[in-house]
Design a protein around this ligand. Structure first.
Ligand SMILES: NC(=O)c1ccc[n+]([C@@H]2O[C@H](COP(=O)([O-])OP(=O)(O)OC[C@H]3O[C@@H](n4cnc5c(N)ncnc54)[C@H](OP(=O)(O)O)[C@@H]3O)[C@@H](O)[C@H]2O)c1
Length: 284
């Protein structure tokens, strides 16, 4: 499955049949691709995001290929522990079970030196990228523990890239997310809930465009290239990655060497002078 042409039709043969999975960041590139693949694999998908019209459009698309999904609008920045408790209670009451969570939301404002970073933006990004995954997982754990085989999947980024200059709160948060994965995984070692990480390579998404604005289209694969990996980790087969981070290999023909910004390259100060990509209207 990994290594196929990125736009090949999904053929998951019911890998997630009967399961309920929650995708946080379902409006994002990876979140949407994973949600579609999970539905095609037979899952009832709970779509968590903050843009209701887009969630509704995704809802309709998923309903056409799999079990009727559910929408759960939530802004991860403002959500309180009570909001997460309510979310878990609603899933339990309305869907009866929860078999997996894919944490695919991320806040990234672009490459900035820490010295120039707005303090509130730094703290907010840490909250969305680490605090929210903790709160969501914590609230859903009682429900996940009732499932015979449950999976919590955190989406990480390459520490060799984001642990360097200008990656700011986003980079810091991915190291913290690795820590959250390790601690949760250790604590849940004897349980039916397994925790793992997905470390995709560079994907052509809005998030990446905020850091590498001059990359040519087609330099990197679309997020859908990693959708199968999300299904794999959420399915029973994902137990092989329990407690570990999986960085699946994706075959992708880069246009030519000159068009490629190496994944391991350090952000350069010149990139900071480029205009920011537009931030989507939260209401659209
Ligand atoms: N793109 C890459 O090259 C790359 C490489 C390695 C790892 N990753 C990881 O892959 C995951 C998905 O990234 P992506 O490339 O698909 O980015 P993306 O398209 O920008 O998706 C990120 C999603 O997070 C959501 N989000 C941010 N703040 C939120 C909040 N306060 N409440 C609710 N949702 C919020 C965004 O919501 P809105 O749509 O409402 O803005 C967006 O849907 C992230 O964890 C990222 O770190 C990406």
């Amino acid at each position: 499955m990994i290594g196929e042409a990125p736009h090949a039709p999904f053929a998951h043969n019911g890998l997630l049949a009967g399961r309920v999975v929650l995708v946080a960041g379902a409006n994002g590139a990876l979140g949407e691709a994973a949600s579609r693949a999970c539905a095609a694999a037979g899952a009832t998908v709970v779509l968590l995001g903050r843009r209701v019209p887009r969630l509704q459009r995704l809802h309709d698309a998923l309903a056409a290929v799999g079990p009727a999904p559910a929408i759960y609008p939530l802004d991860l920045l403002g959500a309180t522990p009570d909001d997460y408790a309510q979310l878990a209670a609603s899933i339990g009451e309305q869907l009866g079970r929860l078999d997996g969570i894919l944490h695919a939301a991320a806040e990234f404002q672009g490459l900035t030196p820490l010295q120039n970073t707005d303090p509130l933006e730094f703290v907010n990004a840490l909250h969305v990228n680490v605090g929210a995954p903790f709160l969501l997982t914590r609230a859903c754990l009682p429900l996940l523990r009732k499932a015979p085989d449950a999976a919590v999947v955190f989406v990480l980024d390459d520490p060799r890239r984001v642990g360097r200059a200008y990656w700011g709160s986003y980079g810091v948060s991915k190291f913290a997310l690795q820590g959250l994965l390790d601690v949760f995984s250790d604590e849940l070692e004897q349980s039916s809930v397994r925790v793992s990480g997905l470390q995709p390579g560079p994907m052509q998404t809005g998030l990446r465009a905020k850091a590498f604005m001059s990359e040519r289209p087609g330099t990197w694969p679309p997020a859908s290239a990693y959708a199968d990996a999300c299904v794999h980790l959420l399915s029973a087969a994902g137990s092989e990655h329990r407690g570990r981070v999986w960085a699946p290999a994706i075959a992708w023909p880069a246009l030519d060497a000159s068009a490629v910004t190496p994944a391991s390259s350090q952000a350069t100060p010149s990139a900071l002078n480029l205009p920011m990509a537009p931030v989507p209207d939260a209401a659209s």
